[in-house]
Design a protein around this ligand. Structure first.
Ligand SMILES: Cc1cc2nc3c(=O)[nH]c(=O)nc-3n(C[C@H](O)[C@H](O)[C@H](O)COP(=O)(O)O)c2cc1C
Length: 139
């Protein structure tokens, strides 16, 4: 069987999640739970970073699945100001083992990433070094 071509999208966005630390934890946990469930179904892998300013995410998989998922993500009111830093065909997945990894919330690089100035390459490299199986942002 010929494998479907792989496609990758890398974006940043501004968080619109308000409230206290407990609310934040719950919202991020809910995002991850839904993402991991739906990505397993759709053949999508990737990684997500959340910090005080917002999100950075890498999505990868077959083009139709990535397109449909990214359209849903862009409509999600838990964030806004989505900026696509890179999108295009890739030869291999960067996060093949991750239905949606979360950047270690306690890693200093996660907290200090300047989402407004980050490059696509920088985000992929950072996520690859701090990605983990955490279920949420700690209190
Ligand atoms: C920052 C962020 C990242 C998300 N990542 C994914 C993802 O990787 N895969 C996914 O299916 N949904 C992801 N979601 C959730 C979708 O936006 C959406 O809530 C979910 O797919 C359910 O969509 P529906 O309510 O239209 O069915 C993410 C949401 C946010 C805010």
């Amino acid at each position: 069987m010929i494998a479907a071509p792989l496609f990758q999208v890398i974006y940043t966005s501004r968080s619109r999640i308000g409230g206290d630390a407990t609310t934040l934890r719950r919202e991020v946990a809910e995002i991850l739970e839904a993402a991991r469930r739906d990505n397993a179904r759709d053949g999508i892998t990737g990684a997500l970073l959340y910090n005080h300013a917002g999100f950075a995410q890498v999505l990868e998989g077959p083009l139709p699945a990535v397109t449909a998922t990214f359209e849903r993500i862009q409509r999600d009111s838990r964030h806004g100001d989505v900026v696509v830093l890179a999108s295009g065909a890739i030869a291999a997945r960067a996060f093949a083992d991750w239905r949606m990894g979360l950047a270690d919330p306690l890693a200093p690089e996660t907290g200090s990433l300047d989402l407004g100035a980050a490059s696509a390459e920088g985000i992929v490299a950072l996520l690859a070094s701090v990605v983990g199986q955490a279920a949420a942002w700690p209190a």
